[in-house]
Design a protein around this ligand. Structure first.
Ligand code: ADP
Ligand code: MG
Length: 378
């Protein structure tokens, strides 16, 4: 079956789209052949509207509906880019754009809440292709975090027979999939490790007066030195105390947190480069610290993916904090690092289409494995 997967993450940089042939009926005999992929940037005005919604700016219901449809149209256009090159597909899986994520609060009835815009029915209508969307809702209804959803797909694509691996996605938020070597017979785990590029991107926009949106290859941060007392202060954030399962978003590590970072940094009179080095160090330290706290042992290998895997300085800082671990990218294991999350939503759609469960309760904390996503016919 030929499937397109679509996602835009917390960075709100654009829609990652991947096209793959998927065969097999169960999660254990699945074969995924990636044909290609692309990233379609958001129109700048639409991106501003998305970021404003994420930042909690008030929105009327007609505005919400219009935003939902505009995002869906952009996702459909991203799918169209691929079908123009590769021809028609049988199925689309769309994660949509998260604009709000609240984990379950542990109280009776306190289910999580997660809102993805870009409704699947519009994508199905615009593309003429069956579309699965709204993947997080069923896991949340089963008491789960609704996130992360990619770990079972990582388990199929990237688990190693004898080496313990962590797959670390470096999007706006960082998330890890823990893949114990197959011969250990231990469950896959996964959770959001904290900020990844979100604060770095905000700092770059701040210090470049909006002329740049990210620190290309980490070149700006590499010119500075991290201020370690600040990193220590930020590492006292309660999120790092929480035991997994756990998930987060721009709600915790977005604009408000960045404003606090700027205030905390005032006494140190840091240069822009020092501030970027400090925020990059925070990401690297938080990842290594989450591994040390919550894994029975450090992994043999960390496979990076997501846009932050292109940040050479960030990668070198992660390596510095995990000196005995091999740090590579998923590219080296045959899964394109920029497309992995999009590929995952193609696979999740395929599982939905075949009524196979998509979540891992060991990851999300859901009571049971359930079918994820709603199917929409054109
Ligand atoms: N060459 C690069 N150097 C440094 N950072 C990069 C590079 N390319 C992408 N990024 C970072 O990756 C982010 C996008 O990554 P992505 O995996 O799409 O995240 P998300 O899933 O949150 O959208 C950008 O906002 C930027 O911070
Ligand atoms: Mg992105």
């Amino acid at each position: 079956m030929r499937v397109i997967g679509l996602i835009s993450g917390t960075s709100v940089d654009g829609i990652d789209a991947a096209i793959a042939d998927i065969e097999g009926t169960t999660a254990t005999d699945l074969r995924v052949t990636v044909l290609g992929g692309t990233t379609v940037a958001y129109d700048p005005t639409l991106r501003e509207r998305v970021l404003a919604a994420c930042a909690g700016h008030p929105l009327t219901l007609p505005e919400l509906a219009a935003l939902d449809d505009a995002i869906a149209a952009t996702f459909a256009a991203a799918a169209h880019t691929l079908t123009t090159t590769y021809g028609a597909v049988d199925l689309i899986g769309s994660h949509g754009q998260t604009v709000f994520h609240r984990p379950p609060n542990g109280r009776v009835g306190g289910l999580g809440y997660s809102l993805q815009l870009g409704r699947g029915e519009v994508i199905a209508r615009l593309t003429g292709c069956t579309t699965a969307s709204n993947f997080r809702a069923a896991d949340i209804a089963a008491g789960g975090e609704g996130a992360p959803l990619v770990p079972p797909v990582d388990g199929v694509l990237l688990r190693h027979p004898t080496r313990d691996r962590c797959v670390q996605n470096l999007g706006g938020i960082g998330n890890v999939t823990v893949l114990p070597a197959r011969d250990r017979d231990q469950p896959i785990r996964g959770w959001d490790t904290g900020p990844s590029n979100s604060l770095i991107d905000l700092a770059v926009q701040h210090f470049s007066d909006g002329t740049q949106s990210y620190d290309h290859n980490g070149e700006w941060a590499a010119q500075g030195s991290p201020c370690l007392p600040l990193v220590e202060t930020w590492m006292t954030h309660p999120y790092f105390e929480q035991t997994p399962p756990k998930s987060t978003g721009r709600e915790l590590f977005g604009w408000d947190f960045f404003a606090r970072c700027l205030r905390d940094a005032e006494p140190y009179a840091l240069s822009a480069a020092d501030m970027l080095a400090t925020l990059t160090e925070f990401t690297a330290v938080s990842i290594a610290s989450e591994y040390r706290r919550f894994l029975p042992r450090l992994p043999n290998e960390v496979l990076l993916c997501g846009g932050g895997s292109r940040n050479a300085y960030l990668r070198s800082r992660i390596q510095a904090h995990l000196p005995d671990t091999t740090i590579t990218t998923t590219d080296e294991a045959g899964v394109p690092a920029d497309l992995k999350e999009a590929i995952a939503f193609a696979v999740l759609a395929y599982w939905r289409y075949h009524n196979l469960p998509g979540n891992l309760p060991s990851v999300t904390g859901a009571r049971q494995a359930v079918c994820l996503g709603d199917l929409h016919w054109p």
